[in-house]
Design a binder for this molecule. Structure first.
Ligand code: FMN
Length: 207
């Protein structure tokens, strides 16, 4: 246990504002992976461990996790997921570009029906951790929760909320300036880089 003022801990561990900014900039959604590179259950569980340090509404900590790294479980889960809604022409990653791990985020509904924003905080912590560790992630909300519950025999009170796909990236990503037309849809450019328009600071600041 470390007893210190927050900013002192950052200073001692040399964590700067730029480190966080750079990590967030690197932490793009990845949808094409190197399927030949396995991710261990240990690594996934370590990523889940990051969520323990997140803020939590009422400090209730109602989220639960299932880490999936066995190939046959990954293969069974994949068809339940929907990828890149803006790419109607793309059914999702080919067999050699699929994620090799998944983290299923669930809510323990015996504790609460509403996790407030704990789910998002946890997802961001996990994607940042995985990115810093050389992996890439895609947060997936579009999945068949009923079939997922059946597949992994989840009890009634455990409600799957998000699937985090994890793997070693096999695509380039880039943040791009949003054009004057305000088009926020991501796209792949001529070099097949996944480009993600982000709004400017001026636009999101209400003055
Ligand atoms: C709450 C949430 C749900 C999402 N659901 C999906 C999804 O079902 N399928 C998918 O391919 N991407 C999904 N994404 C990824 C977004 O499309 C992605 O975050 C967005 O395009 C911005 O790209 P970036 O993450 O690289 O900044 C989701 C992201 C969030 C935050």
């Amino acid at each position: 246990m470390i007893f210190a003022i927050n900013c002192e801990i950052c200073r001692m561990q040399k964590i700067t504002f730029s480190d966080i900014e750079n990590l967030l900039k690197a932490d793009r959604s990845v949808r094409r992976f190197d399927a030949s590179r396995h991710i261990s259950l240990d690594a996934l569980e370590r990523i889940v461990g990051l969520t323990r340090y997140c803020a939590s509404a009422r400090n209730l900590q109602p989220l639960r996790y299932m880490a999936i790294s066995e190939t046959e479980d990954c293969d069974a889960l994949f068809p339940l997921l929907s990828w890149a809604g803006y790419y109607e022409w793309w059914p999702g990653p080919d067999i050699d570009q699929r994620p090799t791990g998944y983290i299923i985020q669930c809510l323990d509904t015996s504790l609460t029906a509403n996790p407030m924003c704990d789910d998002g905080l946890h997802l961001q912590a996990m994607t940042m951790g995985a990115t810093a560790w050389g992996m890439g992630c895609c947060i997936i909300k579009a999945f068949n929760a009923t079939k997922l519950k059946e597949l992994f025999k989840l009890p009634d009170y455990i409600e799957p909320r998000y699937v985090l796909a994890v793997g070693y990236p096999a695509e380039k990503t880039a943040i791009v300036e949003m054009g004057a037309d305000g088009n926020y849809k991501y796209y792949r450019d001529k070099d097949d880089t996944q480009c993600v328009p982000k709004r400017s600071l001026e636009e999101i600041l209400l003055k």
